[in-house]
Design a protein. Structure first.
Length: 321
């Protein structure tokens, strides 16, 4: 078996996302690049995040973008619909986002026979130590997944879920943050070595990056996310993989030398992207059974950086809005 086959099939128990990370259905994109844990939607693995940059990786993007399915450049005035942008901390930023979302009229739930179209931009890994030829980094930006994917729903071997299952699970989440987090832990069980707070942040990230999610449900998710210890807001807008300004909601991944960054639109607070940033220098050895030198990382490296630029409900596979 060659290294590429091992990379595609390797599953670590240690991103993410779910990466969506975060999108409905299977996150094939980040699963291939980040080497997700079982049922990647809940378990992206930081340890393999840059291996896809060291070899020729061809992946299918299964990612959407903003809550309302819009695309293109961000508005000139960030958070114009919700007043002045506040990046002072999780409670203020995510509370403002929740208040804005609670005022939106929810679109109807997609029909079971409809499809979710998503488009992704993925930036090559930024590694100071180098990661091979950037020209080898390839992916398919367009993807379609059936809203009511019975194949996914009938497979009970992992915690992967269809867009329909995620939509309805999110809609049923309780108002109380503590009760909501308890349900999220049931939806996305802890991975080996993962503490409760990391499990919660990862699980909420999966829901945030899914499409579609009812606005009121996303508001409850943000309020709960703000209560998780260790969650921070970067005090300035960052640039996502598509070159747009974004709010970064971050939390260090325990024992991984990396930080998970969930990126949100500053205009409508919908999901904009996901990335992982290295927090300290370290070297990762190749997984057992794979040949080659270990990958060196330097603080500030970005081994995984993806942005959602479009998402829509369409009537057929291959259709675009």
């Amino acid at each position: 078996m060659d290294e590429m086959t091992r990379l595609r099939e390797f599953r670590a128990d240690a991103p993410a996302p779910d990466r969506g990370t975060l999108a409905p259905g299977r996150q094939r994109l980040t699963d291939a690049v980040a080497g997700g844990r079982r049922g990647f939607r809940g378990r992206p693995d930081w340890r393999l995040a840059s291996l896809g940059a060291a070899v020729a990786v061809t992946v299918a993007a299964l990612l959407g973008t903003q809550l309302l399915g819009a695309s293109g450049p961000r508005p000139a005035e960030p958070a114009a619909a919700a007043g002045a942008l506040d990046l002072s901390g999780p409670a203020a930023t995510l509370g403002r986002a929740a208040g804005f979302l609670e005022g939106l009229t929810p679109p109807p739930e997609p029909r079971d026979d409809q499809w979710i179209y998503t488009r992704t931009v993925m930036a090559p890994p930024e590694l100071k130590a180098g990661a091979g030829d950037p020209a080898l980094f390839r992916y398919d930006p367009d993807s379609w997944v059936r809203y009511g994917d019975l194949t996914v729903e009938k497979d009970q071997s992992d915690d992967d879920r269809s867009a329909r299952e995620i939509y309805r699970a999110a809609a049923a989440l309780p108002e109380d943050p503590e009760a909501l987090l308890a349900q999220v832990r049931e939806l996305y069980p802890a991975a080996d070595g993962e503490d409760e707070e990391q499990q919660e942040f990862r699980g909420l990230g999966v829901l945030v990056e899914s499409y579609p999610v009812p606005p009121a449900a996303l508001a409850r998710i943000y309020r709960a996310m703000a209560t998780i210890p260790g969650v921070e807001i970067t005090n300035h807008l960052v640039e996502d993989a598509a070159g747009r300004e974004a709010i970064a909601v971050t939390r260090d991944e325990e024992g991984t030398h990396q930080r998970r960054e969930i990126l949100l639109s500053p205009s409508d607070y919908g999901f904009a992207g996901l990335r992982f940033r290295v927090t300290e220098d370290y070297e990762m050895e190749m997984p057992k059974g794979m040949r080659g030198p270990g990958q060196k990382y330097t603080a500030g490296d970005i081994p995984l950086d993806q942005a959602r630029t479009e998402a829509a409900v369409v009537d057929a596979q291959g259709a675009k809005p």
